[in-house]
Design a protein around this ligand. Sequence first.
Ligand SMILES: Nc1ncnc2c1ncn2[C@@H]1O[C@H](COP(=O)(O)OP(=O)(O)OP(=O)(O)O)[C@@H](O)[C@H]1O
Length: 267
Amino acid sequence: MSLEVRDLAIEIGGERVVDGISFDVPDGARLGLIGESGSGKSLTALAILGLLPDGARASGSVRWDGQEILGLPDHHLARLRGNDIGIVFQEPATALNPIRTIGRQIAESLRIHERVPRAEARRRAVAEAERVALPDPDAIVARYPHQLSGGQRQRVAIAMALVCGPRLLIADEPTTALDVTIQAGILRLLGSLAEESGMSLVFITHDLAVLSQIATHAVVLERGRVVEHGPLTQLLTAPASPVTRALLRDATATLWRPEPDHPGATA
Ligand SMILES: Nc1ncnc2c1ncn2[C@@H]1O[C@H](COP(=O)(O)OP(=O)(O)OP(=O)(O)O)[C@@H](O)[C@H]1O
């Protein structure tokens, strides 16, 4: 199932913060939306999902499997979210309910969308915890979010997003709050889950180094507009816009921080 975004514009308080964005996510594709803070990445994702904040108005077209979904009534979009399109946000702590067990939270979407009986939902929650490589899945489903590490909580959020088998996962900065080694593990996990299920991925980040580990194509945004669009290899080797060049400089600086005794170090 493909996602087609055409001329998406978003206005908040009379100001146009997203201005004519178009891109396609064909079945099985892995697309990055990248840009500096405030470039319109999150609002674009929220508009696709029908989750824009009050006072924001979207126009243009968002087609899912050929059907227009922009402006559909919320009960229709709510069915689509979770079922067809999964979502993972930056801060797992805010996605999780502190007073509900991990297992109940993973199973909740199943109980809502598929009306699965409680025992079956629990069994599938354990299986899902195992799929996202949480340690001791049988025991972890009985724990609460505060008993898990940040990386484990993000794995729970991914399990919640994937339990109904969506065809597209939108991940908005899912690794930004995590330290680098944990980040790499989550990126590997998302990559292998997408590969094994054939699910497509829209990955939002401000970090080209992160994106190069997960996406094959990217859309570069600046102040609500697309400034460059193409295969990631092209953006990394021959960036055409000043924005992409700046993102590449930042990424290179993160990847190669010279130690003082490194032969190439200047300090
Ligand atoms: N609820 C809101 N009310 C008013 N303006 C908003 C709101 N949400 C976002 N904006 C504005 O819309 C623009 C795009 O915001 P958006 O959150 O999509 O950017 P972003 O690229 O995702 O940034 P970040 O990486 O910081 O999340 C920004 O100028 C922001 O200030």
